[in-house]
Design a protein around this ligand. Structure first.
Ligand code: 4AD
Ligand code: MG
Length: 455
């Protein structure tokens, strides 16, 4: 008999009469005549109840020691369950203990703190919450590819090792080779010059958009920001579409459409896991997701946003000032108190934005946009790109960057330059929105944050 996943049985109206399942024991209840094992194989949130009769051959060696955390293989008859909460259960005809788990298995009881579970990140996927979060993460990755592939975007793999600092913010991890304990530098640099882990695939992505028109990247990015917040990780995944012959308006449209598409996909395909998140993580989750899916987002210019904040009468920790970056408390005021919905803020002052953003005719602002959502703040950052070679060169000089380092990027403007635009969606920030989970460390399998790179 070939094995079958628990989800296939539990979701079926007419499951097979007999089945072979494998998984881990979540709990066991024993009576004189029976044992009830709750078996989970990660295919869905629900456990399959196994009823093992004490008269089964090998009961003493295989069922009695199959405690919480043990792995088992079970063959049996699928029957309608008498108990509450599940449609089908398995009347075991054979139970094999695959791997025992002694009493020090850390997930004996329910209700561990998220902090404790982070310290056992190698075992936390075996809990209901992390099973749900990582199934949703997987589905969202798939939905992202669907979204772009169905619209004719080409998936491009941009390099992870790079010599250019896309954001010009200097928050990069350096990549070095070693000679014993000594770092090889200067003449001995592996690539002949200093290299880093990428902070964004955008610049390389632009070269492909200027050939294939519509492209996207989806991969890991790294930032050495010393930010101890619930929304920053040193390693995170980013989705970066780039579109040729596109302006800021088209860019904002695509970002909104994408967020709505992904939320709709989660509501349709992850309903069981989302219901769990709603119950145990965030009581307002489903209502908020339906709102994001169904209602229009707000759009305001940076100048308008600042006016709204100044007129709010609210006292913020960081004062609101024209020309300064919006802080997360300001972003949250806009989405949670003022508009009460996702908001796209556009046309930021040029002084607070990177060199590649297109200068507006007012000479003061750039064609930038950030998409902000309630509870989190920024989940998308993007812009129309500067396509005029002389303006781009001036921007580089103004920001103290070396034109020679960006000669290939300037070439795109010398040969067949086109207006183009794109954005970056933080994958983990999207997952925080979709699951309601409040800390980025709990939507990444193995988080990397300042002071923490275990596993
Ligand atoms: O706004 P950012 O810095 O934009 C860029 O990197 C552009 N090159 C994107 C582009 O136009 N192609 O980052 C984009 C998004 C942010 O909105 C946020 O969601 C996420 O990446 N992000 C982070 N997520 C987790 N941890 C961090 N430290 C993050 N920094 C940015
Ligand atoms: Mg940003």
């Amino acid at each position: 008999m070939s094995p079958i996943r628990v989800a296939e049985i539990l979701r079926s109206d007419s499951p097979p009469e007999t089945a072979l399942v494998r998984g881990w024991v979540r709990t066991k209840r024993e009576s004189k005549a029976f044992s009830f094992l709750e078996l989970n194989d990660g295919s869905c949130l629900a456990n399959l109840q196994i009823v093992a009769d004490a008269s089964l051959p090998g009961y003493g060696e295989n069922v009695v020691p199959a405690r919480t955390g043990a792995s088992v293989e079970v063959e049996g008859r699928v029957v309608a369950s008498q108990g509450k909460g599940q449609r089908w259960e398995l009347q075991a005809t054979r139970v094999a203990l695959v791997g025992a788990a002694p009493d020090d298995y850390p997930l004996q009881k329910k209700g561990h703190s998220l902090e404790f579970l982070r310290s056992i990140a190698h075992l936390r996927p075996r809990t209901n919450l992390f099973g749900a979060v990582f199934r949703i993460r997987s589905r969202m990755a798939y939905a992202i590819h669907r979204f772009f592939q169905e619209r004719g975007f080409v998936y491009v793999h941009t390099p992870i090792l790079t010599a250019s600092d896309c954001e010009g913010a200097g928050e990069m991890f350096r990549v070095v080779t070693m000679d014993g304990e000594r770092v090889r530098g200067g003449e001995e640099e592996f690539f002949g010059k200093p290299t880093y882990l990428t902070v964004s695939g955008q610049l390389e992505g632009e070269t492909f958009a200027c050939a294939l028109t519509n492209i996207y990247t989806f991969g890991p990015t790294f930032r050495a920001e010393n930010s101890h917040t619930s929304r920053h990780a040193a390693e995170f995944w980013m989705i970066e579409p780039e579109m040729a012959f596109c302006d800021l308006g088209g860019d904002m449209d695509l970002a909104e459409e994408m967020v709505k598409f992904l939320v709709a996909d989660a509501l349709e395909h992850c309903s069981e896991d989302l219901a769990f998140c709603q119950r145990f993580v965030d009581k307002g989750l489903l209502e908020r997701l339906e709102f994001v899916r169904d209602r229009p987002f707000a759009r305001v210019s940076y100048d308008e946003a600042v006016e709204i904040l100044l007129a709010s009468g609210e006292t913020f920790e960081y004062p609101v000032e024209h020309g300064h970056n919006l802080q997360s408390e300001h972003e949250r005021h806009l989405t949670e108190a003022h508009f009460r919905c996702p908001v796209t803020v556009h046309d930021y002052p040029k002084g607070i934005k990177p060199f590649y953003m297109r200068r507006n005719d007012d000479g003061r602002t750039v064609a930038a946009m950030d998409l902000l959502v309630p509870g989190i703040g920024e989940i998308v950052g993007g812009s129309q790109r500067e396509e005029r070679p002389e303006v781009l060169a001036a921007n580089l000089r103004e920001q103290g960057l070396d034109e020679d380092d960006y000669s290939w990027y300037l070439d795109l403007r010398r040969y067949g330059s086109v207006p183009h635009a794109g954005f970056g969606l933080g994958f983990e920030r999207l997952l925080m929105l979709v699951t309601g989970v409040g800390n980025i460390r709990d939507v990444v399998p193995f988080p990397r944050v300042p002071g923490w790179a275990e596993f």
